[in-house]
Design a protein around this ligand. Structure first.
Ligand SMILES: Nc1ncnc2c1ncn2[C@@H]1O[C@H](COP(=O)(O)OP(=O)(O)O)[C@@H](O)[C@H]1O
Ligand SMILES: [Mg+2]
Length: 289
């Protein structure tokens, strides 16, 4: 089979661990008897020459990755990430609705469009408690996720975010020392990691003394997943599709709380792939099946 892997220059340039993971995909596919070519946006018009498409560039309905995903699907290719998964996962307001409708345990959430009346502000803090988490629908890599401990901070952060987006997501703050990252492929657990927070931070990527820092990744064998986390994760992935997903989940004394489901989850060599080493092979198999 001919597999196209859609990338952008940053997938190779930013992190050596990402570049090495891409090369691992290629050598695994070739060892399995397939061809695996990296393609760029210039190649978008020849997508029908391939049998399947694997997208590693950032997906977002505004990006070329989404366009190529749609074109490939229309041309009959097997596609990961498929356009439907990209649309659902890219927007946190849509996810919030999906969680509610499917009884997925998740933080209490409200949508906010800029009503600063006394009644509205009281309702926010009475419903969500303090601090309140504020997010834009399209945040990635923790870029537009902030915490407001009081009304003054809430007004400052939300006004700043409303310049980026007309609708914000507000959530109760869920305390934890790390995020579970559950990698899912074809509605089965593919890998499991703990994404830790850098010292003093509360997000996987936090600003510490003015500098962006990432926390450690601790891989955990996938068979060690608790039955409850597995059930929640698979129930949720089935609500989106049968592609490749990365879920962020917090473990609390009141059970698990799902923060989000991502399409296009990060796979870095020496991180997500260190204990379950067959993840490349399983993804290639999903692309050619
Ligand atoms: N309600 C919440 N309570 C506590 N931490 C949160 C909450 N929502 C998000 N976070 C933390 O913020 C970070 C980014 O949030 P997330 O919703 O996953 O957005 P992104 O798409 O930018 O990764 C994650 O590390 C997550 O654990
Ligand atoms: Mg996240």
């Amino acid at each position: 089979m001919k597999i196209a892997c859609f990338v952008e220059a940053y997938n190779f340039d930013a992190l050596i661990s990402e570049r090495n993971a891409l090369l691992e995909f290629k050598s695994t596919a070739e060892a399995m008897g397939h061809t695996f070519e990296f393609i760029f946006k210039e190649d978008i018009t020849r997508i029908q020459e391939y049998d399947s498409l694997f997208i590693r560039a950032t997906t977002d309905p505004n990006n070329s990755a989404y366009i190529i995903s749609r074109l490939a699907e229309q041309a009959g290719l097997k596609v990961i990430d498929d356009p439907h998964s990209i649309r659902i996962c890219s927007n946190k307001a849509i996810l919030h609705d999906l969680f509610l409708k499917n009884n997925i345990p998740s933080p209490k959430s409200l949508l906010f469009t800029g009503d600063y009346s006394r009644e509205s502000l009281d309702n926010i803090f009475n419903t969500l408690g303090s601090p309140v988490i504020i997010k834009t629908p399209y945040t990635r890599f923790s870029s537009h996720v902030e915490k407001a401990s009081n009304e003054t901070e809430f007004i400052e952060i939300s006004k700043r975010f409303l310049r980026k987006s007309k609708i914000l997501i507000l959530q109760e703050y869920i305390q934890s020392d790390f995020d579970w990252r559950v990698g899912i492929l074809q509605n089965k657990v593919l890998y499991l990691c703990k994404y830790c927070f850098p010292g003093g931070g509360w997000k996987v990527k936090s600003k510490i003394n003015g500098k962006n820092k990432w926390g450690d990744t601790i891989p955990v064998p996938r068979e060690c997943i608790s039955s409850e986390l597995k059930e929640i994760s698979i129930n949720l992935s089935k609500c989106v599709g049968d592609g490749l997903y990365g879920l962020d989940v917090k473990e609390t004394k009141d059970g698990y709380k799902v923060i989000e489901i991502n399409d296009n989850p990060s796979i870095y060599h020496g991180y997500e792939d260190t204990v379950d080493k067959d993840i490349y092979e399983k993804i290639i198999n999903a692309l050619v099946s």
